[in-house]
Design a protein around this ligand. Structure first.
Ligand SMILES: CC(C)(COP(=O)(O)OP(=O)(O)OC[C@H]1O[C@@H](n2cnc3c(N)ncnc32)[C@H](O)[C@@H]1OP(=O)(O)O)[C@@H](O)C(=O)NCCC(=O)NCCS
Length: 175
């Protein structure tokens, strides 16, 4: 699969602009990735300071420039705040396959924002990138994430394991 994320594919929804991450986002990214509620079901390394948040942004920018991942910031159209992120990565694992990751600030949850972001990212993944399978791994007790995935017609795959994350379950959506 040969993807090209230059120029960056900015996506629009009714209330959100999905744009590239940049170093001006360091403070917001630090806040989001260190938020206890956001991290409740996510097993990941959190930045300890702004400089680690900047290093994360740098890694994401390099991944996107190398066309190995695409990571959008969810920016609210009404107040221009960074409210969440969504991304596709791990392309090389399987043919026409990508893994989806997503998070949104607690004060913006349960307002339909991530459903809006999913609509345009899934459309982009299946129609522009021509993916055949998009997978999301989620903690088995992450009811919010499971509700979102099921609403988006992802299918639970009981046979699939997330190596190294024994509490995660797999949901897949096929083109
Ligand atoms: C999972 C998450 C992204 C959902 O985002 P969101 O913007 O709140 O989702 P939406 O408002 O679009 O809701 C989508 C559906 O899920 C349901 N839902 C959302 N949060 C829910 C919750 N806490 N409990 C039950 N259902 C929930 C909504 O009711 C909606 O279904 P409906 O339209 O039938 O009512 C958000 O909770 C989050 O960022 N959590 C922390 C990070 C995380 O766990 N990311 C996933 C890692 S795999």
């Amino acid at each position: 699969m040969d993807f090209d994320f230059t120029p960056f594919p900015v996506l629009e929804t009714e209330r959100l602009t999905l744009r590239a991450l940049n170093l001006n986002d360091a403070k917001s990214i630090f806040g989001l990735r260190t938020n206890k509620e956001v991290n409740e079901f996510i097993d990941r390394k959190t930045p300890r300071n702004l400089s680690e948040a900047r290093a994360f942004i740098d890694r994401i920018s390099k991944l996107t420039s190398a066309n190995k991942g695409v990571f959008w910031v969810l920016e609210s159209k009404s107040n221009h705040q960074l409210v969440g992120t969504i991304g596709l990565r791990n392309f090389e694992d399987e043919e026409d396959y990508a893994e989806l990751g997503y998070e949104i600030d607690p004060s913006y949850q349960q307002k339909g924002f991530m459903s809006e972001a999913f609509d345009v990212v899934l459309e982009y993944g299946f129609n522009q990138m021509e993916l055949k399978t998009i997978e999301a791994f989620t903690h088995k007790n992450n009811t919010a994430s499971i509700a979102l995935l099921e609403k988006q017609k992802f299918v639970f795959e009981p046979e699939i394991k997330d190596e190294g994350f024994e509490n995660n379950i797999s949901y897949r959506l096929k083109a």
